[in-house]
Design a protein around this ligand. Structure first.
Ligand code: C5P
Length: 233
């Protein structure tokens, strides 16, 4: 069983390793998984990921891979070797999905499909030549990722419920989390930790509500408590 603390993924959205380490020191054992995104990956974040996994911590590499199959396969294999627990890959077509699955091999890396980025509206999808509502596209790509051997998908709290009805075993990882009353910043479709878990999310990705809090550890502990209260007893 995954403990409530292990369901909390903290986004280390900073651009240097010193700041990331300072945050990790402040958070201590209160957080289960650390997410390293593009800005930190390109400023020493991959070496940090390797260091964290050597210390026994869980790491989420948010690389959102998309390229020709040979590149996706090799990149996934290199990331898997770092000991990371999660990697994001765009779930746009079967070739990309199959390449990532080959690259993962028999390592413990869990592959998460990015379906439709949450900043994209129906009008943006039309620019891709897609005349469908975002949710329909999210559902189709999520099922393709599942059928191709991915472990889970990234989905907003509002999509999580519809996805959970169709995908019973697939992991749902939900960003855009804001505790009740918190500043929404640039996120528009936010849900509380409790609502996300009740909608069927397995893991929550939380950035600024923790990283910009005056006491990050207290903020993380409060979210873990909310996760605990929302899980079926
Ligand atoms: O600070 P905040 O809690 O908004 O950070 C959310 C994190 O989740 C960021 O790292 C952001 O890149 C990521 N994310 C997101 N929406 C997605 C996918 C990832 O907010 N659809």
């Amino acid at each position: 069983m995954t403990s409530p603390r292990d369901r909390l993924i903290v986004a280390l959205d900073v651009t240097n390793v010193e700041e990331a380490k300072a945050l990790i020191d402040r958070l201590g054992e209160s957080v289960g998984i650390y997410k390293i995104g593009l800005e930190l990956l390109f400023s020493g974040g991959f070496a940090l990921a390797q260091e964290l996994t050597r210390q026994g911590r869980s790491v989420f590499i948010d690389a959102k891979l998309l390229d020709i199959e040979a590149t996706v396969e090799r990149a996934t294999a290199v990331i898997a070797e770092s000991g990371a627990t999660f990697l994001t890959v765009h779930a746009l077509d079967r070739k990309t999905i199959a390449a990532a699955v080959r690259g993962r091999g028999d390592t413990k890396l869990k592959l998460l499909g990015v379906t439709v980025l949450t900043n994209l509206s129906r009008a943006d999808l039309a620019e891709h030549g897609i005349d469908e509502a975002p949710l329909a596209v999210v559902q189709r790509r999520a099922m393709m990722a599942r059928d191709g051997g991915f472990d889970g998908v990234i989905a907003s709290g509002q999509e999580a419920r519809a996805l959970r009805e169709r995908l019973r075993q697939t992991l749902i990882v939900t960003p855009g989390i804001r505790p009740a009353g918190a500043d929404t910043q640039d996120q528009t479709r936010v849900v509380t930790p409790q609502a996300a878990i009740k909608a069927g999310a397995d893991y929550l990705v939380v950035g600024r509500p923790i990283t910009r809090a005056s006491d990050p550890r207290k903020a993380a502990d409060a979210i873990v408590e909310e996760i605990t209260a929302a899980l079926p007893q």
